[in-house]
Design a protein around this ligand. Structure first.
Ligand SMILES: Cc1cc2nc3c(=O)[nH]c(=O)nc-3n(C[C@H](O)[C@H](O)[C@H](O)COP(=O)(O)OP(=O)(O)OC[C@H]3O[C@@H](n4cnc5c(N)ncnc54)[C@H](O)[C@@H]3O)c2cc1C
Length: 461
């Protein structure tokens, strides 16, 4: 009899798990169940301002972590990939400041470029300059914020690392584990001085060729839609519009909402996963229920090209550090960043993607009017002119970003051990566990498929 697998959650992790497993164990009966009306999860692209696929969530993936590039190649998408045309990001700190060169996720690797920046006061720069002579601190209390303040002082933390890391993960870095930022974890684990470690790491990055980010020109959903097509071709059953509510033991296997499975992958956010495992592993459910997630809102605006200051076309956007934040945390000048989203002529619309909310400030229950008003007012204040959008779109992402609290890695290992002991054949995977970005989710999909195949080998034989 062929193995029966149920995968709950049709985001990039669940889709990749199903895809990889269908290759590892052809002939297995695979069902993927997604609560939403479409697969993709946090990846969604839709028409906006005359462009077919403008992203409502993730708009790119890192190329230096190879899993997303490799998957795109496998799906025949390499020719459709493009990279940002403009990468000059800024920080708004009572005025626009270019991010100094030589940073690794905000960690300075070059004191000279830091000294030239007006983002830090002289006091802040002098404090940062002490870092290379401080004794080693290792990973300390496993808090990104505490580590960076200890090494470089308050200003590097609040004006560089917290806005950069915070804007990627909607995080409060004081309550964010190094497990969420492997590049900084690596610096802290393997170097006495983070600055010297960052210098070495940047030298390696410079030696590597090619752009750092990539995305399909049709929008990130091309990746998840292509996966869904490949699954359909491999006879994987994809069900949308079904929210799984119960998992129970049934002999040596499992019942997922009453349907039999030999193994189950829960590729859902930790908070949603907790009640699903309540009846089969109380310990795992308890640990999963402690996870926090930050909700964010993406406001996409179109602004007439004739209203858009020409000098902003050379910038890709900006970040807003917490001490000077209202609701807006980051702004992408999306039509500068992505050449294929540029208007065909000067009258055409320029697209902005504006992020609102973060850990500790969830705005997903605010009204459309309040969100639009905050986006227009905040950005107008930052840029110094009144924005007059010609179109807008508001996307709410509750549970957008899992917040890796200090001790995260140990918590995840514990949950996996609880499940292996109490509920063999039930696996968890996805952004809540071993990396939040798309390449890390794809890697988890790949490794979970291998773990499934290992687990099911006796069922097949
Ligand atoms: C606004 C935003 C911008 C981002 N930008 C980037 C970026 O540029 N680059 C990058 O690498 N990453 C980015 N990320 C992060 C990245 O997109 C996500 O971490 C990743 O897509 C999560 O994938 P996942 O499969 O783990 O989870 P999800 O995408 O959350 O998928 C989980 C799925 O499970 C479904 N589900 C939940 N409960 C049930 C249930 N009971 N039954 C059935 N189905 C259920 C949900 O509907 C969902 O579709 C961004 C995220 C957001 C929100």
């Amino acid at each position: 009899m062929s193995a029966r697998i149920t995968i709950v959650g049709g985001g990039i992790t669940g889709l990749t798990t199903a895809y990889r497993f269908s290759k590892l164990m052809p002939g297995a009966q695979i069902t993927l169940i997604e609560a939403g009306d479409h697969v993709g999860g946090k990846i969604r692209s839709s028409p906006f301002a005359g462009i077919a696929g403008v992203d409502e969530g993730a708009d790119a993936f890192l190329t230096r972590i190879p899993h997303a590039v490799a998957l795109a190649a496998e799906l025949g998408l390499t020719d459709q990939l493009t990279s940002p045309a403009v990468v000059s990001a800024n920080v708004w700190w009572n005025g626009m400041h270019e991010i100094p060169e030589g940073l690794l996720l905000g960690v300075p690797s070059d004191l000279a470029t830091l000294a030239r920046s007006h983002l830090l006061s002289w006091r802040g720069k002098l404090r940062a300059g002490l870092e290379p002579i401080l004794p080693g601190t290792g990973v300390g209390a496993d808090s990104v914020g505490r580590l960076i303040r200890k090494r470089f002082g308050r200003q590097v933390h609040e004006r560089l690392v917290d806005p950069l890391v915070g804007s990627i993960y909607a995080a409060d870095t004081d309550r964010f584990s190094l497990a969420g930022v492997p590049q900084i974890l690596d610096l802290a684990s393997n170097n006495r001085s983070l600055l010297i470690g960052a210098r070495r790491a940047r030298a390696k990055v410079k030696a590597a060729t090619g752009p750092i980010f990539a995305a399909p020109t049709g929008g990130m959903a091309v990746l998840t839609d292509s996966l869904a097509e490949a699954l359909a071709a491999a006879d994987v059953e994809i069900r949308t519009g079904q929210s799984v509510t119960s998992i129970e033991r049934s002999g040596s296997g499992w019942l997922v909402d009453g349907e039999v499975a030999d193994a189950v992958v829960l590729a859902t956010p930790a908070r949603t996963t907790a009640p699903l495992v309540g009846a089969i592993s109380g310990d795992a459910a308890k640990a999963l229920a402690t996870f926090d997630h930050a909700g964010v809102v993406m406001v996409t605006l179109a602004v007439a090209g004739t209203d858009w200051p020409r000098e902003l076309s050379a910038k890709s956007g900006y970040l807003v550090p917490k001490p000077v934040q209202n609701w807006v945390t980051a702004v992408s000048f999306a039509s500068s960043k992505w050449a294929h989203w540029r208007p065909a002529d000067a009258d055409g619309d320029v697209i902005l993607r504006i992020s609102l909310g973060r850990d500790g400030r969830d705005l997903t229950d605010q009204s459309d009017d309040a969100l639009l008003n905050a986006a227009v007012t905040d950005v107008g204040h930052h840029l110094g002119f009144s924005l007059r959008p010609t179109a807008h779109r508001i996307t709410r992402w509750p549970l957008a970003f899992p917040q890796y609290r200090p001790g995260h890695a140990k918590r995840v290992t514990g949950i996996e051990a609880d499940l292996a002991r109490d509920a063999p054949g039930i696996f968890v995977a996805g952004a809540s566990y071993r990396g939040i970005g798309i390449p890390a989710c794809i890697e988890q999909g790949n490794s979970t498929a291998s773990a499934l195949a290992d687990f099911l080998e006796p069922v097949r034989n």
